[in-house]
Design a protein around this ligand. Sequence first.
Ligand code: CUA
Length: 315
Amino acid sequence: MGTLRLFPDQASTIAPEVDHLLYFLLAVAVFFTLGIFLSILYFAIRYRRRSDRELPHVIHGGLTLEILWSVIPFGLTMVMFTWGASVFFRESRPPDHALQIYVVGKQWMWKLQHMEGQREINELHIPLGRPVRLTMTSEDVIHSFYVPAFRTKQDVVPGRYSTTWFQPTKAGRYHLFCAEYCGTNHSRMIGWIDVMEPQDYQNWLSGGAPQGTLAESGQKLFESLACVNCHKADGTGRCPSLVGVFGNTVHLAGGGTVTANEEYIRESILRPDAKIVAGYQPVMPTFQGLVTEEGVVQLIEYIKSLGQKPGGTGR
Ligand code: CUA
């Protein structure tokens, strides 16, 4: 029986919290299931009909009972709601200093990129004790990034970024699964998360990324795709300068504003006519099909590296 394990490892800060909530829900469910089952049994025997002439006396409701069976379930469900919501909020909000990793799902593999430029397939190396934030998208269909030991599961949807985060608490090697049916080899879309001691992680990182950091790869793409010809840094080009755009408010033609986040930049690369910056013409062609999802991520990191002007406008 020593090897019988009902739960996977608890290897992230959120894992014990998720498990405690689950234990509570299980306890409530078991308590009421047993209670109802035993009551039915008891009533069936205790109040069975003993003769043909026997008639029960009529009951016209009971106020105390009705209040009790309304207030108790209400209280219990409110506990479930507030407890569940607080775990959900913690799980949905990555801390600011989290390590950034980009994930692209594809039939049938996980492609992962580190800020330092390391790229991995179906394997992710991360340091112990640091929060890790994943920004994820898919090249084809919906996948789902699922690490049972971290109690983390997040859909990875084509055409948009979804994020999740976790902070590993135990070094080791943990399974990564795809948890959304995505075609023939869905069941083989499996990977590993390697949680390493911080020093080992540094050694692993210094193993090198021949192609340079994400931002450097992005800069090369920016030049080779000729973006640089229109998006001149000094703002004299036919398209807005991208210096200091990231994180700021952009004013759009026809009124309205948008915050220049990852989602906005991705859209502007793939569907440039979706949002036109005020004062500019819709002259940019789409780069759909010319740049991969991984390339988009590199471009985003390059644009981020151009700085964030505090309180400025986006052009
Ligand atoms: Cu990817 Cu299932």
